[in-house]
Write a protein that binds this ligand. Structure first.
Ligand code: IMP
Ligand code: MG
Length: 183
């Protein structure tokens, strides 16, 4: 069982769902149908968050996907970000909201933000479910944050370790023996 690999549940499923609903309400207050924003989901980690968030949004919007990868080991980034898959459509003149799973060093969001700005969107905001502020290497403005979490490597609700655990409905910390063996 995947759950047997978890040392501690950091944020349980009900708490996540309540927070995602609250973020949805906050975002609903900031956009309307006429803006028809594009939510840009950063794959793979944000797919679960986006799926839940989009169903709380009451204004007209579209979703698109972008896949990035940062070089490094499974748990440490080097700051070099690569685009593996780009957006389907142009964002020129469009309102864009980047949806991320977690901001750790900040390199991924910083890179995405700088890249998308060059495509001249009408506005560009960012939303992240999780943030580890004490790990930040580069300052990135985040408009909507679900939870500030401590400096621990977490899995579940879209977040993986070696592509596992994304389907857990909660955010948890792996047992140290699993973690140390592979990094
Ligand atoms: P950053 O570029 O260092 O901010 O890291 C962003 C990416 O690293 C996230 O989108 C995740 O894919 C991954 N990441 C960072 N911290 C964690 C974690 O605690 N668990 C799982 N993935 C993480
Ligand atoms: Mg990610």
């Amino acid at each position: 069982m995947l759950e047997d690999d978890i040392a501690e549940v950091l944020i349980d499923a009900a708490t996540i769902q309540a927070r995602v609903a609250a973020l949805g309400a906050q975002i609903n207050a900031d956009y309307d149908d006429s803006q028809n924003p594009i939510l840009v989901c950063v794959l793979k980690g944000a797919f679960v968050f986006l799926a839940d968030l989009t169903r709380h949004l009451t204004f007209r919007h579209e979703v698109d996907f972008m896949a990035t990868s940062s070089y490094g080991t499974a748990t440490e980034t080097t700051g070099v970000v690569r685009i593996l898959m780009d957006l389907d459509r142009s964002i020129e003149g469009r309102h864009v909201l980047i949806v991320e799973d977690i901001i750790d060093s900040g390199y991924t969001l910083d890179y995405m933000h700088r890249l998308l700005v060059t495509r001249n969107p009408a506005s560009l905001r960012t939303c992240a479910l999780l943030s580890k502020r004490e790990r930040r290497q580069v300052h990135v403005p985040v408009d909507y944050v679900g939870f500030e979490i401590p400096n621990r490597f977490v899995v579940g609700y879209g977040l993986d370790f070696g592509e596992r655990y994304r389907n857990l409905p909660f955010i948890g910390v792996l047992k140290p023996e699993l973690y140390q063996n592979r990094t």
